[in-house]
Design a protein around this ligand. Structure first.
Ligand code: HAS
Ligand code: CU
Length: 551
């Protein structure tokens, strides 16, 4: 039930849909974390792969499972469950089309199963970036494409729901949580076009034998067209929580609603035209365009700085209301006993380091030092692996009780879990960053390499220790969530209440609700940043590279 403006809306169907997405997301998270453990142990000198066959055929098979399950499936399914939930709650309306909601869920799950069969069967061991000429079974590409099509249908349903709300509320500002959810899905829809083109025009026809060959560079350009902004598709739902829910959990108010909207509009405009910072070392892309993308990457850093300021100020308002004092000491007065809040604030803390590392990656010359080293997985575990994942975990600490009607089984266990993640990740990611600076390559079965350097040896065990702590943390998490659903006897006392703002939506200029303008700006910037390079590559690249199976 949801009461909005005196009306009461029954959102039970939306809640069930969110629950369904959550189940798939959590299964993926578990599979990904389990395979991750074996990699971390391998780096620490404990090679379990000989015992793991026939389930996991090789380090690279496990790494493909890990990447696809954690960064692609866990994130996407969680988001497709969470943002429609938030939108329906904030607008006080059911989804415009519930049947479409369920068809979308089954399309995505069907696509996932189709992709999972070759992945599990070791005929799609191409890592989560599936760079050709490494070639997977066609079902892997078709399945993932269906998942992407499903995300477009989620976007469609959200847009239709917002329209229905707008018809009844012609002059009101879109409530912030719904506004943010919509921006996230519009951003993603634009961003996903690169991946869709790569799948439909290159990988699917090639894997089906309809065209003779492929091209690594064109495929990588299309992949990173999506592959950079996808990180904001993962991050922004975490920001939705940090802006609209966490301030209230902290006992305070959101510092500025208009500033939050500006930040999201900037993400919409600036996220997509920045893919070449993943390709600074690729030949065939003019240096000038790489430089343009580098500058634009620094520009898209800015809305995260706005977020830093706004979210910290909101936390501070909560802590001061609870008696917090001093410049920094107020931080201790946050309600650290609430595992949902603790998870998210700890996620923010580690994200500050991940964000700074991102700037290093984006700097052309420094990138030459860290590219393709273990520094990069160090970075991505702080960002998607903590800012996003630990935040999503924190959200489930209230969302699962809310959906199941049963109180969280153990708050204390949840707190232990959250701190384990924080320390485990700090150790794990710090070790990977340091090893990267020592030149250790990423995506490599290090224990089997003939070039293992003596100075790496002292740091490698920390990868195994950090990875094991993370694994234990996840087990605690699944035990707690599982027992909440099956064994918790106490009814949940959770209500979904969004934070009020110190400076509210009435201070936001109406132009921020002008979708056409912002989407047009986003598209123009994409055309400028990618047009010349893509036009040249598409018109001059022969698709003639044969496929390889290297596993
Ligand atoms: Fe990244 C590679 C640059 C953010 C994910 N990134 C990756 C890869 C992944 C990834 C998965 O320029 C590997 C891809 C692969 O497999 O090859 N990244 C950036 C930059 C940012 C950034 C500039 N990345 C993310 C996010 C991700 C993510 C977010 C996932 C969710 N990244 C790169 C580059 C590469 C790259 C290059 C390619 C490297 C290569 O050579 O391959 C920025 O958007 C970061 C901005 C963030 C901040 C932090 C703000 C902090 C906040 C919290 C505040 C609250 C606190 C509470 C701290 C500026 C909002 C404190 C309380 C107090 C009292 C103070
Ligand atoms: Cu990027």
């Amino acid at each position: 039930m949801r009461t909005s403006g005196g009306r009461t809306t029954d959102l039970a169907s939306e809640n069930r849909l969110t629950g369904a997405y959550l189940v798939v997301a959590l299964v993926a998270l578990f599979g990904g974390v389990l395979t991750g453990l074996f990699q971390a142990l391998e780096h620490a000198g404990l090679d379990l792969y000989p015992w793991l066959t026939p389930f996991i055929q090789s380090y690279y098979h496990g790494l493909s499972l890990h990447g696809v399950l954690n960064v692609l499936v866990w994130t996407t399914f969680f988001i497709c469950g969470f943002l429609p939930f938030v939108t329906a709650q904030a607008l006080g309306l059911p989804l415009k089309s519930r049947p479409l909601g369920w068809v979308t869920f089954w399309l995505m799950t069907g696509g996932l199963v189709l992709a999972a069969i070759p992945l599990v069967g070791n005929v799609a061991t191409v890592l989560f970036t599936f760079y050709p000429p490494m070639k997977a079974h066609w079902a892997f590409y078709v399945g993932l494409t269906l998942v992407v099509v499903g995300t477009w249908l989620v976007a469609l349903n959200l847009v239709l729901t917002h329209r229905a709300w707008r018809a009844k509320n012609p002059l009101a500002r879109t409530p912030l949580p719904a506004f943010m959810s919509l921006v996230t899905f519009v951003l993603w829809t634009i961003a996903s076009l690169g991946l869709a083109a790569e799948m439909l025009f290159m990988l699917i026809p090639w894997s089906l034998g309809l065209v003779g060959g492929t091209d690594a560079l064109l495929a990588r350009v299309l992949f990173w067209f999506t592959g950079h902004p996808i990180v904001y598709f993962w991050l922004l739902p975490a920001y939705v929580s940090w802006y609209t829910l966490v301030p209230r959990q902290a006992g305070g108010r959101l510092f500025s609603d208009p500033l939050a909207r500006v930040s999201f509009i900037l993400f919409l405009i600036l996220s997509t035209p920045v893919g070449f910072h993943h390709q600074f070392t690729d030949p065939g892309i003019p240096e000038g365009w790489k430089l343009v993308h580098a500058f634009l990457t620094f520009a898209v850093f800015f809305p995260s700085l706005l977020t830093f300021f706004n979210v910290v100020a909101s936390l501070e308002s909560g802590a001061r209301a609870r008696g917090g004092k001093g410049w920094v000491a107020w931080f201790g007065k946050l309600p650290w006993g609430d595992p949902s809040l603790a998870a998210q604030v700890l996620a923010m803390l580690l994200f500050a380091f991940g964000g700074v590392g991102g700037l290093i990656n984006a700097s052309f010359n420094l990138n030459l030092v860290v590219h393709n080293t273990s520094w990069i997985p160090g970075h991505l575990h702080l960002t998607v692996g903590t800012a996003v994942t630990l935040t999503f975990i924190g959200i489930t600490y209230w969302l699962v009780p809310y959906l199941s009607g049963r109180a969280l089984w153990s708050r204390r266990l949840a707190l232990v879990q959250v701190w384990f993640w924080f320390f485990g990740m700090a150790i794990f990611s710090n070790a990977l960053h340091r090893l990267g600076l020592m030149g250790m390559p990423r995506r490599t079965m290090i224990g089997a390499s003939v070039y293992l350097q003596p100075e790496w040896r002292s740091v490698l065990p920390l990868v195994g220790i950090g990875g094991t702590i993370l694994f234990v943390s996840t087990i605690l998490y699944f035990v707690n969530i599982g027992l909440t659903v099956v064994a918790s006897r106490e009814p949940a006392a959770v209500e979904v209440a969004f934070a009020e703002a110190l400076s509210g939506p009435e201070h936001a200029p109406a132009i921020l609700d002008r979708w056409g303008l912002w989407v047009a700006m986003a598209v123009v910037l994409v055309v400028i940043a990618y047009g010349p390079t893509l036009a040249r590559l598409v018109s001059t690249t022969p698709l003639n590279a044969p496929g390889l199976r290297v596993w």
